[in-house]
Design a protein around this ligand. Structure first.
Ligand SMILES: Cc1cc2nc3c(=O)[nH]c(=O)nc-3n(C[C@H](O)[C@H](O)[C@H](O)COP(=O)(O)OP(=O)(O)OC[C@H]3O[C@@H](n4cnc5c(N)ncnc54)[C@H](O)[C@@H]3O)c2cc1C
Length: 476
């Protein structure tokens, strides 16, 4: 049942907070967002939006490099192989920051249009009898419901503290006045791989330090192998099984020392070693909100914390750290708090992309769960090197992989490694969400020639004539 006069205070104006605010306002609640650093949050101002804007420029540089093979010549500059192209760093970084500010202004306008009140400042939870309270400066706001969506911050290694000039976290990159000539990227997870890929394409000499055997250790192994192969082929130095112990300034550059004593030198060092929750000093423990041993707010699948009426969403909960997940957690919290019918968060259906070149997009179950026997599924992998459109466009790195239930034929997940895989994955997402079978996808028209043609072809390869009709049988 709707409760139109419910007062809701949201701590944090990132996607976990502002998407929740929009839903709650639509349902008639009185909504206040308290935000310390700008609407849109780190997502819009420092993390997701700026990095993808940088990637847009690096993609274009990649196209320039590949253009000579496609028969393009520049009249008096010789082959348009990208050799003569260079990046105007102040202009690039200026564009990144302006676009982030514009996106933040769009969020502010949407919230204002829905009647959401915004207070600039750092808020903290306080105990009150009967309801909840949030304190901002000298102001105390009473609330029936509080949503904590305070996000996270770059993790700092004790021996490698960013100085904002040579030793950097990803939020400091856009204040440089040049492209780093030699960049050492510490950490080969999603963030490290994305920046390593982007800067390599922009013309930086990149060294990527990976503590594991291969880059992107949490991702589909076949996809990680393709991306690491591309990295190395394009001249990146990838140091596997290498752990950084420290990073310090040395003259005009940086010296990174590995735990085995090796030294790696460059002009700049970018640290991408994870995110810690912004959950300290905001009254959570005092209010009885349970945190895990790393400080993430514990939530259930409808975003409830251990305290009735206090919900949490986004990176501060440590649940899959994606803007789309943060936004869904926030919306679910509001639907639940305001008595709407709500479906619990389904991480099995989250579509995600790693914006390397080529991109890696995934949805649904992963192959690790299939190999461990947790999920029974058939797997088909088609290399894009045989796809006609890929040949025309001049690339050969990548593949399409589909996972389907052997009994029902239901599509359980997939992986796409390709330029713009982030767009191609939607077909697989729809199949997973709508419980489509390989037969249904195989009977769907795709365009000829197209990369998505490989998706329907993979589905055709998974068709079997004598499949039983048992639609919900994917667990082993
Ligand atoms: C480099 C990078 C690239 C990424 N790219 C992608 C991507 O391509 N796609 C994707 O889906 N995800 C991406 N992510 C992840 C995504 O940015 C996060 O999952 C998302 O920002 C989480 O949203 P949030 O609302 O939890 O927190 P945030 O976006 O961090 O927002 C939290 C807000 O709360 C404010 N705040 C903190 N404490 C307080 C307080 N006490 N009072 C008031 N306000 C407070 C903060 O200042 C901030 O404005 C990326 C992350 C990184 C690091």
């Amino acid at each position: 049942m709707r409760q139109p006069h419910t007062s809701i205070v949201i701590l944090g104006g990132g996607p976990g907070g502002y998407e929740a605010a929009l839903v709650a306002a639509q349902l008639g609640a009185q909504v206040t967002i308290v935000d310390s650093d700008g609407l849109g949050g780190a997502c819009v101002l420092t993390d997701c939006v700026p990095s993808k804007t940088l990637v847009a420029t690096s993609e274009t540089m990649g196209l320039l490099h590949a253009s000579a093979d496609l028969g393009i010549r520049i009249p008096d500059g010789g082959p348009a192989d990208g050799a003569g192209a260079w990046v105007d760093a102040p202009r690039l970084y200026g564009r990144v920051k302006a676009l982030a500010q514009a996106q933040s202004a769009d969020v502010a306008a949407r919230l204002a249009a829905e009647g959401v009140k915004v207070i600039r400042g750092r808020g903290r939870l306080v105990r009150r009898a009967g309801d909840h309270g949030v304190v901002v400066g000298d102001q105390e706001i009473a609330a029936d419901v509080v949503l904590v969506a305070t996000g996270g911050m770059p993790r700092v290694l004790p021996g490698a503290v960013p100085d904002g000039e040579r030793i950097l976290n990803w939020r400091q990159l856009y204040d440089l006045d040049e492209l780093p000539p030699e960049l050492i990227v510490v950490g080969s997870g999603v963030t490290g791989a994305e920046f390593a890929s982007a800067y390599q394409a922009l013309g930086t000499q990149v060294t990527l330090i990976s503590s594991r055997e291969r880059v992107l250790p949490q991702e589909d192994p076949d996809a990680a192998v393709v991306v690491e192969d591309v990295f190395r082929r394009r001249g990146m130095t990838v140091l596997g099984r290498s752990r950084a112990a420290s990073a310090r300034r040395e003259g005009n550059g940086v010296l990174v020392t590995l735990t085995d004593g090796r030294a790696v030198r460059g002009t700049h060092c970018l640290l991408t070693v994870g995110v810690v929750p912004a959950s300290g000093g905001i009254g959570l423990a005092e209010a009885g909100v349970a945190l895990d041993d790393r400080g993430f707010v514990e939530v259930d699948k409808v975003s409830r914390t251990s305290v009735p009426g206090v919900y949490a969403a986004g990176d501060c909960t440590g649940v899959q750290m994606l803007a789309s997940v943060a936004a869904m957690q926030g919306r679910i919290a509001m639907w639940h708090a305001l008595g709407e019918a709500v479906q619990p968060l389904r991480l099995d259906h989250v579509a995600a992309t790693i914006f390397t070149e080529p991109e890696i997009a995934t949805v649904g179950v992963d192959e690790a769960r299939i190999e461990s026997g947790e999920v029974r599924a058939e797997v088909v992998k088609l290399a894009l090197s045989t796809n006609a459109r890929a040949k025309m466009q001049g690339f050969r790195d990548g593949f399409v992989k589909l996972f389907a239930s052997p009994r029902s034929g239901r599509i359980l997940g997939g992986v796409v490694v390709a330029p713009r895989a982030s767009e191609l994955i939607l077909g697989v997402s729809i199949a997973v969400e709508q419980l489509l079978t390989v037969d249904q996808v195989a009977h769907t028209f795709s365009v000829y020639p197209s990369l998505s043609g490989s998706l329907t072809e993979a589905a055709r390869k998974l068709m079997t004539p004598d499949r039983s009709e048992a639609p919900f049988d994917e667990p082993a």
